[in-house]
Design a binder for this molecule. Structure first.
Ligand SMILES: [Zn+2]
Length: 351
């Protein structure tokens, strides 16, 4: 009988689930909202219902679950992840394994995304660093199929590397993190600050040679009219040559390059993969890195490192959860073939 591998991505806003079969087909995909304010029991019930929905197509062979923040080796939630009331201390792995009737592994969501990207390159990468630019900036590192977890799976929180000391405030409570300059919401907020003449705290990230009046900038006009901006708005304006968007892009690019350089110096990856929703609208943020890194990190670290765009795009975390679950019961060879077939069938790489 065909084996079925389920993957679930837990977010503060939504719970997403998929099931892949051995041939790499996406057999079912389901989404429901996260009842985060209703507390732990409500969220667990919602995840259990999602698993029941996924199981309708057949008996699950494995379940991988990605969650924000910390999780220990037994699948117990550590820290204040996902803004779910009472979520800390939840024995997620055990509870979900029972519901699914299959072995369940729980890991940090960015680590799952890194695993998906490594699975797609396991024939030619033995050390892969993933950086995802989305609502925040996530990171993960996979060496020969093993996720570098650190304490409670919090390793490679690259978004919280301080790249501009004393700079913009970050949600983590520190100032100057990469996430405060290059996540989707941060890119929008920097545009708004500059348009409104507020101190955007760019410090040494301020690019040279940019006019700050933003004359003729439609993006600046929107900010001045009180619109909330995000990276999507900035990059829609960027392609029209908007002067404010061009400046904000240069800031995000420089911040990403500094964070990536720290990752290269610390981890010596042979492949750096950049993904997340922001990259889909601004692929040059990834492709320009190869030119910027030589100024930011020693030669051996960048010359042996390929820089590539994510193949699983913004769904890396969800597919990574399913593939990581499968990896617990399948051989490396089968996993590599499975990841290749999933990509081929989903045509994700072509978009
Ligand atoms: Zn931070």
């Amino acid at each position: 009988m065909d084996r079925l591998y389920a993957g679930i991505d837990i977010g503060g806003q939504s719970l997403k689930g998929i099931v892949l079969d051995q041939a790499g087909n996406l057999r079912i995909e389901a989404v429901r909202s996260t009842p985060a304010r209703e507390g732990r029991e409500a969220v667990l019930r919602s995840i259990a219902n999602l698993i029941t929905e996924l199981s309708q197509i057949g008996t699950l062979a494995s379940l991988g679950v990605g969650t924000p923040g910390g999780v220990d080796k037994k699948g117990v939630i550590v820290g204040m992840a996902a803004n779910i009331d009472g979520w800390e201390g939840t024995e997620l792995g055990e509870a979900l394994s029972e519901v699914a009737g299959a072995p369940c592994v729980v890991r940090n969501d960015a680590n799952m995304a890194a695993f998906a990207e490594w699975s797609a390159r396991s024939n030619n990468s033995s050390a892969l660093l993933f950086i995802g630019l989305g609502t925040g900036i996530g990171g993960g590192f996979v060496e020969d199929g093993r996720i570098l977890g650190g304490c409670n799976d919090r390793a490679v929180e690259i978004g919280h590397c301080v790249i501009e000391p004393g700079g913009r405030s970050c949600a983590c409570g520190i100032s100057g993190c990469a996430e405060a300059y290059a996540s989707g919401p941060s890119i929008g907020r920097i545009a708004a600050d500059l348009a409104l003449g507020r101190d955007a705290r760019l410090g040494s990230l301020e690019p040279q040679g940019f006019e700050k009046s933003f004359e003729g900038s439609a993006l600046a006009a929107r900010a001045r009219a009180g619109e909330d901006l995000n990276a999507r708005d900035v990059y829609a304006a960027y392609v029209t040559g908007d002067p404010l968007a061009r400046l904000v892009d240069a800031v995000a690019q420089a911040a990403l390059a500094r964070a990536a350089a720290i990752g290269l110096a610390l981890l010596a990856p042979d492949t750096l993969v950049v993904g997340g929703g922001v990259i889909e609208g601004a692929p040059h943020l990834c492709s320009n890195l190869q030119e910027l890194l030589p100024n930011l990190v020693y030669r051996d670290a960048w010359k042996d490192c390929r820089v590539e765009k994510a193949r699983f795009l913004h769904k890396a975390g969800l597919y990574g959860a399913a593939l990581y679950g499968a990896a617990q019961i399948e051989s490396r060879k089968n996993l590599t073939a499975l990841a290749a077939r999933v990509l081929e069938l989903s045509l994700m790489e072509r978009h």
